[in-house]
Design a protein around this ligand. Structure first.
Ligand SMILES: Cc1ncc(COP(=O)(O)O)c(C=O)c1O
Ligand SMILES: N[C@@H](CCSC[C@H](N)C(=O)O)C(=O)O
Length: 433
């Protein structure tokens, strides 16, 4: 008996894609096209963020959540577009194609967290490879690099990446990866991506420049346009915007590199779940409006603190020593700033006296957060290393949300003035409020 001919729906599912991944699975075209059709012109980013191509059979305007671990095949040889969610899922693919468009990449991969993204990227390394990273960087990144150094035979240099000459000093043909963050977390220093990318590729044609773009998001910067080979972000932050998921995204333009990273994701099972892919997709659509409000608020708060004598680190302030460099690479200053009070105990009390600002790690959410990085987000960097890297223990980090800015300033002002009035003037060499 001959097999029944496949239905039109099955035929559509079985359509031949021009690209296949390392396991022979078909890859849908990526990035998603500018949508709806914009002729030759690409729409502005705020428009592209919202509009997304869907071919849903019922015309669903929001991507359905394909909450299925496995997918029925039409032949004993398998080979349909999807077979198993660890390998690929329609909701995740939709998100990845949309993000590739937004991140100016040909391919994007979505995984379970920002650290998961860095784990996938660093699995490109092999024992003996050298990695150059900043000396001011997210604590979890420092922790993973230290693990690789201690257990996987990777040589890691932490240098001041805000000075390209310090990077040049350690670049060699053994350099496999240069890992950059800009603005750095938590000291908000700026790194010259184009200069370092050029120097890296000159020193070793195989070395990869990897940029963590979590602080700015694709709305404000596209490091791939400045010579980066791979860009990753914690989707837990601005991309999703509501602190209701953990996610990580990786973008690149080299199909071979993308295939290698996809291999790791499939092999280890760290791809983003369908439900979280849906939530991240929903969050991305409002990125522009959230970020615009967040950074407008951050600017006013930074000016308020600076006008009261605090040393404020924010690239929206003309006093930032690398103001011009930042604006040569970015379309905005972001919404994370940090400031010093001159006294750890005072900083603690300010943090604990605010009411609207939640004491939380993370950033990029619609509500405002306050934290002391040395005690919280960067506690995984030991005290000795923090001291060597001159991380001020009294540093307060503000992650500004979308609330009414006057309420935020009032709350901060009340916390600061109540305490500084009590404090002896000697405790506050810098702060004069
Ligand atoms: C700059 C930066 N990169 C990466 C990460 C890691 O992201 P996730 O928490 O989603 O793993 C974080 C924070 O956690 C971060 O601040
Ligand atoms: N306990 C966590 C701390 C996460 S910090 C999150 C975020 N990157 C930030 O900078 O606030 C850990 O050990 O990773």
């Amino acid at each position: 008996m001959s097999a029944p001919s496949p239905s039109p729906a099955t035929q559509a599912t079985n359509k031949v894609f021009t690209r296949v991944d390392l396991d022979g699975h078909a890859l849908p075209p990526s990035p998603a096209p500018s949508s709806p059709l914009s002729g030759r012109r690409r729409y502005a980013l705020a428009t592209e963020l919202v509009h997304t191509e869907t071919k849903d059979q019922y015309g669903a305007s929001s991507i359905p959540i394909y909450q299925s671990a496995t997918f029925k095949q039409t032949s004993a040889n398998g080979g349909n577009e999807y077979d198993y969610t660890r390998s690929g899922n329609p909701t995740r693919t939709h998100l990845e194609r949309h993000l590739a468009k937004i991140m100016n990449a040909t391919r994007c991969l979505a995984v379970g967290s920002g650290m998961g993204a860095l784990d996938v990227i660093t699995r490109l390394l092999k024992p003996g490879d050298e990695v150059i990273a900043g000396d001011d960087l997210y604590g979890g990144t420092h922790r993973l690099l230290t693990y690789l150094k201690n257990n996987q035979g990777i040589v890691v240099y932490h240098v001041d990446t805000t000075n390209p000459d310090r990077v040049r000093e350690v670049l060699s043909d053994k350099t496999a990866m240069v890992l950059l963050e800009t603005p750095t977390n938590p000291l908000i220093k700026i790194v010259d991506i184009p200069t370092i990318a050029r120097a890296t590729h000159e020193a070793s044609s195989k070395a990869l420049v990897v940029v963590d773009n979590t602080m700015l998001s694709p709305l404000l910067a596209n490091p791939l346009d400045f010579g980066a080979d791979i860009v990753y972000e914690s989707g837990t932050k601005y991309l999703s915007g509501h602190h209701d998921i953990m996610a990580g995204v990786i973008a690149c333009n080299d199909p071979m590199l993308a295939d290698k990273m996809y291999f790791t994701i499939n092999a280890t099972g760290c791809g983003l779940s369908p439900n979280d892919s849906f939530l991240l997709m929903r969050g991305v659509k409002t990125l522009a409006i959230r970020m615009e409000k967040q950074q407008a608020n951050a600017q006013q708060i930074a000016e308020f603190l600076e006008s009261h004598g605090f040393r404020v680190r924010y690239p929206g302030l003309k006093s930032h020593p690398q103001y011009d460099l930042h604006w040569s690479m970015a379309r905005g200053a972001g919404a994370v700033l940090s400031f010093e009070t001159g006294d750890v105990a005072l900083s603690e009390r300010i943090v604990e006296s605010t009411r609207l600002w939640s004491i939380s790690v993370s950033f990029g959410c619609v509500n405002s957060l306050i934290s002391m990085p040395c005690r919280m987000s960067h506690a995984s960097i030991d005290a000795k290393t923090r001291a060597e890297r001159q991380m001020p223990e009294d540093l307060i980090r503000l992650c500004v949300g979308i609330e009414d800015v006057n309420d935020l300033i009032d709350d901060l002002s009340r916390a600061v003035s109540a305490l500084t009035l009590q404090a002896a003037a000697s405790l506050l060499p810098k702060a004069t409020i």
